[in-house]
Design a binder for this molecule. Structure first.
Ligand SMILES: [Zn+2]
Length: 452
């Protein structure tokens, strides 16, 4: 296997040195989180983030523009709930957050008996026994890897409960740590289908409800004042460093600019945003551009609609056959662990020499598992190869989608290490003489890459 040339190694140092030493990405993250704050799609702050990104790219000497995206506009209102006192139990306030997409309750709230389920199958088996009840989706998430297993309870559970006649839904927060902090997220109802008020409750409240239900019937009162406003005009922000030899071949770097409306989206996905912006800034500073174009896309509306990811794939459909690789950074600001691939055969052999500069970061290895992300998924039918620059997400779900996702949770050194890794991998994919073979099937069907 060929090694990197001395000149290529020097370029690696030129890109990764400043990423590790300058603290530029972290400073940008402070501007986005403390300066702009939470940025749910359709909000004024989301638009402020679009303007901030355009200004920042301009300051970096990177050409950038907006592309239109119509986004849903869901707005949180007054919200509270309590376990009602009975002869047997004391009344308790619930720590809750309405789920994005939730219907409101009437102003006086909804009061009903709670029925607990642990899976969608268990709910289906109850049939119309949940009619008039509040369905409580409980689960046992304890580590980051559990997220995929239980996210369907939040995403699809409330819609299923509504179809069976339930009056509201409570979902145990999808979290790996809790100090009574609820974690929101989006829930989906069928177009024209029944909807209901749905909220995430803290892990502690879920455990309390579960214990109380062991002793008999429990009633909850829920007040949610959220509302759905008409779709709003918004934008993806796209920026690029043109390739010197094959400018029509694109290496895409993506992250999402929107966040939930609680916390300031520092890990989700401010960290990804500043990493990919920094990659463009550092690559643009090189005396010579890489062979291919490096394009950064800051997607809008990943959290509650994926409209930005869909709009990009649609607007650029003709170019997708020339998207030679795509990287999405949306797993927080942890340290880099390695690289995963969703590509045709031979990808590891092609990229292996280019992993050498990641050795100092402890990330010069291929990892088994996902290489994609939500915003890239609409590009999968076009067989775009996906490259995952995987970061340590073991503590990501401690704060994900909660009030606690703030700048102080992001370690500046970890952020700079992952920034260095993604910067180098973007350059490597844009500079390597060969390109990855295109994957033939969907990601889940691919064979696992060999362990190196
Ligand atoms: Zn995200």
């Amino acid at each position: 296997m060929t090694k990197l040339s001395a000149a290529q190694q020097a370029t690696a140092a030129k890109l990764m040195g400043p990423a590790l030493a300058e603290g530029h990405a972290y400073a940008r993250l402070a501007e986005l989180t403390d300066g702009i704050g939470p940025r749910l799609s359709g909000s004024e702050s989301a638009e402020a983030a679009v303007q901030w990104a355009l200004r920042s790219f301009q300051a970096d000497g990177v050409k950038a523009w907006k592309e239109p995206v119509k986004v849903p506009r869901w707005v949180r209102g007054e919200e509270h709930g309590e376990i009602l006192a009975s002869a047997r139990t004391r009344g308790l306030p619930l720590s809750l957050l309405a789920l994005g997409g939730s219907a409101p309750t009437p102003p006086e709230g909804v009061t009903a008996e709670v029925v607990e389920v642990n899976s969608l199958e268990e709910l289906a088996a109850l049939g119309d026994k949940v009619k008039g009840r509040i369905v409580f989706f409980n689960h046992t998430m304890s580590e980051a890897a559990d997220y995929g297993r239980f996210a369907g309870l939040r995403g699809r559970g409330p819609a299923a409960a509504a179809k069976q006649g339930a009056v509201a839904a409570l979902v145990r927060s999808l979290a790996t740590a809790s100090l009574s902090t609820p974690h929101t997220g989006s829930t989906r109802f069928d177009e024209g289908g029944p909807r209901l008020p749905a909220a995430a409750v803290s892990v502690e409240d879920a455990l309390t409800l579960h214990r109380m239900l062991q002793g008999g019937a429990v009633k909850v009162r829920l007040v949610l004042g959220c509302s759905d406003l008409p779709d709003a005009d918004s934008s993806n922000v796209v920026a690029e460093v043109r390739g010197r030899e094959k400018p029509d071949e694109v290496v895409l770097l993506g992250a999402h600019l929107d966040s939930w409306d609680v916390g300031t989206g520092a890990h989700d996905d401010g960290a990804g945003v500043v990493m990919v912006m920094e990659a463009a800034r550092l690559i643009a500073r090189l005396p010579q551009a890489p062979r291919r174009t490096v394009r950064v896309v800051l997607f809008m509306n990943e959290e509650n609609g994926l409209r930005g990811g869909r709009a990009y794939a649609q607007a650029h459909a003709k170019e997708l056959p020339k998207h030679v690789a795509a990287i999405e950074m949306d797993a927080g600001g942890g340290r880099p662990l390695g690289v995963s691939l969703h590509a045709g055969p031979g990808g590891e052999t092609l990229l292996w020499p280019w992993l050498a500069p990641l050795e100092g970061l402890g990330a010069a290895r291929f990892l088994v598992g996902h290489a994609t992300g939500a915003d890239l998924s609409p590009m999968e039918p076009a067989h775009v190869p996906f490259v995952g620059v995987r970061v340590d997400s073991s503590r990501y779900f401690d704060v994900h989608h909660s009030m606690a996702d703030t700048l102080d949770k992001v370690d500046p050194q970890d952020l700079s290490r992952s920034t260095a890794a993604v910067t180098w991998m973007a350059y490597a994919l844009a500079e390597s003489p060969g390109t990855l073979a295109r994957p033939t099937g969907p990601e889940s069907d691919g064979p696992p890459p060999p362990k190196k």
